[in-house]
Ligand binder design. Structure first.
Ligand SMILES: O=C(O)CCC(=O)C(=O)O
Length: 408
């Protein structure tokens, strides 16, 4: 009887080992960052430890005359530690030294700053998704922004429609549940979309569909002022992280500024994920699997709901579990192109299976709207010389996505 049943929990071992290893690596790396500064820990070591501990535990439980269902349950729980731990696996750099010093030219060789740059490089290569702490935006402001977003979505539908998104509004404003589609499937969220204001004619025909100013709700009354301030802070934080990323890739600190990103475009999405959607309207995703279009995204999500999922390198969906006071940061398509694939834009999706309404506020930091993005020389040199991606004009990429994202 033993060997047939033994296979079941050990299968769990195979499925969850990677997540468990990620957790082990996470702790090893945290320890390394704070204590020693040695090279990357060997990935095989935690893998070996996990397999061997599980097999030993399994045999030990079997040999102790413990009832079969009990030892099987223990063994299975151990195997599934990997699933639980996967909630924690995304890298978690403290970027405080970078935020404080990156604009001071005399600090470019500062040891603490360079350590953050190295952590960013690891995080971007490893997952393309990471948490940032020490970013300088207060937890109370992050919460206030989510609170006004909750308040807006709680308003009666007629009130929300006062800022309805239409092609005439430059695709700015409120969209109701199901209007946003990903790969043809309605997303189960409502949202307010805002973009850098574009005055008529600024980019010629390129930006025509998105010209205009943002539609801010009058209720709650502090909405616009609060969000304008928040956008400025997110823009500055993203600029600093991009400076760190330029150094991490081996470029000059301002490699991603000047003509291509000296006038960065931004996008802000305030998103609500309801739970009480009528059966006939409901699909299974709050936001379908996608990559982001620009350089860098900062997600400010509700503290108490696990819903954002990220696809790891093994193809598993793992949670970006909320960690209060942090942003979830991820890489977009334009940075993938610029870095010639050294950094990848990672697939992610949102599934709100909780019984509560969830809010997230995603800030997208982009290149100049009309910038032609192609792999930069210093990244090509690191990746064999040839460009792996064709040149793409960011604004064209964005407009194409926006024009196919909505069913109104
Ligand atoms: O709601 C979230 O946590 C993320 C939203 C997102 O992925 C997006 O708007 O691109």
């Amino acid at each position: 009887m033993g060997s047939d049943f033994m296979a079941i929990p050990l299968i769990g071992n195979f499925f969850n080992c990677d997540s468990f290893c990620s957790l082990t690596r996470f702790f090893l790396q945290r320890f390394r960052f704070e204590e020693s500064g040695s090279d990357s820990p060997n990935v095989e070591m935690p893998k070996f430890l996990f397999y061997s501990t599980h097999v030993l535990l399994h045999h030990f439980l079997q040999s102790q005359r413990i009832e079969m269902p009990i030892w099987m349950a223990c063994s299975f729980c151990f195997a599934n530690l990997g699933v639980v731990s996967s909630c924690l696996f995304l890298p978690f750099p403290d970027i405080g030294p970078l935020v404080e010093k990156i604009d001071d030219p005399s600090m470019v060789n500062d040891a603490d700053l360079l350590e953050v740059v190295r952590m960013l490089d690891d995080a971007c290569k490893e997952a393309g998704f990471f948490y940032v702490k020490g970013h300088g935006i207060t937890e109370s402001l992050m919460k206030e922004v989510r609170d006004v977003t909750h308040k807006f979505f709680q308003l009666p539908y007629e009130e929300k429609l006062k800022i309805k998104m239409t092609p005439q509004s430059g695709y700015r404003g409120y969209q109701r549940i199901g209007e946003n589609v990903t790969k043809g499937k309605p997303d189960m969220h409502e949202a307010i979309d805002c973009y850098t204001p574009i005055r008529p004619g600024k980019y010629g025909d390129l930006a025509k569909p998105m010209e205009g100013s943002n539609l801010w709700p009058e209720n709650p009354s502090n909405f616009e002022a609060l969000l304008e301030n928040y956008i400025n802070l997110c823009r500055d934080l993203s600029r600093k992280i991009m400076r760190g990323i330029a150094l991490a890739l081996g470029g000059a600190i301002d490699a991603f500024e000047g003509e291509t990103a000296g006038d960065p475009f931004w996008v802000l999405r305030l998103i609500g994920y309801p739970v009480d959607i009528p059966e006939e309207q409901r699909t299974d995703t709050g936001c379908g699997a996608h990559t982001d279009y620009g350089l860098l995204t900062l997600v400010n999500q509700d503290d108490d709901i696990c819903a954002l999922e990220v696809q790891n390198r093994s193809g598993e969906w793992i949670y970006a579990t909320p960690i209060p006071g942090t942003f979830v940061c991820n890489i977009g398509d334009m940075l993938k192109v610029w870095s010639n694939g050294i950094y990848q834009s990672t697939l992610h999706r949102v599934v709100n299976n909780s019984p509560r309404y969830r809010v997230s506020v995603a800030f997208f930091y982009e290149s100049n709207f009309d910038a032609a993005i192609e792999p930069v020389q210093f990244c090509r040199e690191k990746t064999g010389g040839a460009a792996k991606y064709d040149k793409v004009v960011y604004g064209e990429h964005l407009v194409k996505k926006v024009l196919t994202n909505f069913v109104m």
